[in-house]
Every structure is written in structure tokens, then in C-alpha cells.
Design a binder for this molecule. Sequence first.
Ligand code: NAP
Length: 398
Amino acid sequence: MINIGLLGFGTVGIGVYNMIMERKDYLELILKNQINIKKILVKNLNKDRKVTVKPDILTIDEDDIFLDEEIDIIIELTPSIDDAYRYAKKALSQNKHFITSNKALVSAYYEELSTLFEDKNLKFLYEASVGGAIPIIRELKIQIKLNEVTNIRAILNGTTNYILSNIYEKNISFYEALKRAQELGYAEQNPSDDIDAIDSKRKIRILSTLGFGTSIVEDDILFHGIGNISSYDINIFKERGLKVKLIANANAFNGKYEVSVFPTAIGAKDIFYNIDYRKNIISFTGDKVGELSFIGEGAGMYETANSVLSDLIETILDKDFSNPLRARGFENSITNFKGIFYLRMSNEKINIPKEYIKEIISEEKPFVIITNEINILDLIEYIKEIKNEDYSIIKVEE
Ligand SMILES: NC(=O)c1ccc[n+]([C@@H]2O[C@H](COP(=O)([O-])OP(=O)(O)OC[C@H]3O[C@@H](n4cnc5c(N)ncnc54)[C@H](OP(=O)(O)O)[C@@H]3O)[C@@H](O)[C@H]2O)c1
């Protein structure tokens, strides 16, 4: 019998519980073991949960799980960072495998936890932390054994993709699109991690660290959210046959890397063009395998639970405990990050050198230009000088 302790019983936790119950017979057949969710840690015992479980299975005392010697596997599905880190360390000290869907935790402590669990021949698995349903982590772990990965490009956040698609399709404002996403449960009541590109940054941090074999932390990544993008901006690109997507991009070249998350205008020939609403896409390029692309739901109860359970199967069946992070010591080259950018300033025109400007779209309020290929950090310096908070920048890839 394999006993599991679940930490968290919200959207993903209930998805995992229901899936295990639904597929118990088949899972037990392939795993050649009985599976038992022995305890579930929650915050509030009296919450109405839309799922019936034996009353003594829920607990608010983490030691009911960590000190239970019969529990072999911890599945961590909470939104916390600090508590989740403590849970990971406790799992380690009690020799329990650790599976998590918590990208904030993985991003914050990726190298440390990978090494600690590997050193004790315990699994530390996090397939659900990036791309929801998309099976990307396991695939990347296989391909880096055979390939030099040189690029990872992705739409990693369903909330922002949903908002941008809605503005484009329905010609509604950013706030209407956000409200719609919140009403449908696709956006949190406090959506700042998604809108400000922090969620995408965490996910590309995980993918690029794994893919390139060098430690790329959140602070190494240049990022810009979609909070200032208006239907005005989207419509300008729509008239030109382009769509705006929040794209994470990671390049490795000559011992250097450049990782960014930017709202990006792309044309219809780009495979990312038709990845709309809540869909995610992750493409990576290996020197042997070429470009591989994976498309799927980036979130959702069963979509995410499916990835968690793929980690459970690996934990039970696969005895390879290596977490293949490498330390190649690449240099961060993001200060040289260049591109063509769209800039809209709501109030004042800024004094940008003429050679920066490729096209002036609007001269007066708003002042709107497309730049020549420039270093984005230089442009941001100019904007900072006039202290204008209401501007939007979109990278143009066409
Ligand atoms: N939802 C998705 O589609 C999705 C997709 C990919 C990854 N994730 C990640 O998966 C994790 C869980 O997401 P979710 O949507 O299932 O969250 P959720 O619906 O808010 O559920 C969170 C659960 O964790 C419990 N909890 C909260 N803080 C805790 C703490 N400090 N210690 C122990 N338990 C705690 C809550 O207890 P109570 O029920 O008592 O309040 C609740 O059961 C997050 O890290 C999220 O980023 C979610």
C-alpha cells in the first residue's frame, strides 16, 4: 500500500483526489500497489468543499502527515511559498518524496530543493508547476540529455492570454476583459501576479534553468506585464494583421543567456498566433531535435491534476532520482536585449533620438511610435525621465 499525504484541498487538490478515486482500479493495476490518500492538510476544517471525504481524513495539523511513518509521498498543492518551503524541508527530513504544483515555491528554491532531494534519493517533481496540462518538464528532462537547447519560447499564462484574446475578438476594454475573466474564475480577485507577468517569469525561470543547464533566477529576467495595454493598442496591431500575446522567450548563445517576458505583437505565420484564450504553448529548440511545440490548457482542476498524477506514477514506478540541473555558469546578457518596440505615451511626447524612430503612428496625444531595433533598457530610461506612468510597450516580432 502506498500512502499519500495531500497538502491543500482546493481546485487542484480536489482534482487530484477525484482523479485518484475515479481511476483507482486502473492505477492500482499499473502501479501494482494499492493507493491510499491517508491525510489532507487544509487551512479551514469547516469549509464547504463540494466533495465528500471521510471526516477524519482532513487535518489542520501538518504533523499528522509529516510524522506519519506510513506516508511515503507528499503532494503539495497550496498557494504559499514560505509554508510550502517548510513542508518541502520537512518531507526531506522525514524521507518522503515531494510532488508539487506550486510554481512560486519551485521558482524560489529550485536548485536547493532539487539537490537536497536528489542527494537523499527522493523524488522532487513539479510537472504541474509549468503549463498546467502540458507535459513539458518530463520531456525537457529527456531532451536535454540528447540536445543542446538553444531557445525556449512560450505563452505561459492563461489569464493574460484570455484577456488579450477577449480585447482582440470582442473589442472590449482591458478592465471589461479582466472582469469577465474574474467572473468566470479564470483570473484571481487579485490578478497582479498574472497581469504583471510574475507568473510567466517564474515559469520561464524554471524552464530555462532546466533547459539551458545554468541557474537563471527571477531577478535575471527582463519582464513587462500587460496592465497598461489598451484596446487602442490591440486595434492598431489588429489593423496590421497582428495579435498581441504575452510571450516568454529564452535564448542561449556562446555561453550567454537572455530571458524576457514581454507583450509581443506577432503575425499570422507565427504558430503562437492562434493560441487564444486560456491555451498555453511551449516551444523549445534543440540542436538535434529541432523545434518542438506543445499546446494545451495552462490551468484547470483536472488538467493540472493530470500533471500531478503523472508525477505520482513516476514517483512509484521510476527509480531514477536525478534532478538534472547543471551549473554551466552562463553569463546573463539581458542588458544587451534588443528589439523593435511599439510605444504609446498617453500624455507627453518624449524626446527620443530620431534614429530610434522607425514610424510615427500618432504625433499628438497619444504619442505612438514604432522603434527601429533598439535596446529596450535605453527606451525605458527615456520614459523614466518624464515620469509618465501611463505608457504601453509592446515588442514587435514581424
Ligand atoms: N488552479 C490551477 O489551475 C493551477 C494550475 C497550476 C498550478 N497551480 C498551483 O497549484 C497550487 C494550488 O492551487 P489551487 O488553485 O488548488 O489553490 P486553491 O484552490 O486556493 O486551494 C489551496 C488549498 O491550500 C490550502 N492552503 C492554503 N494555504 C495553506 C497553507 N499555508 N498550508 C496548508 N494548506 C494551505 C487551502 O486550504 P482551505 O481549503 O482550508 O482554505 C486550500 O485547500 C498553487 O500553488 C497554484 O499556483 C494551480
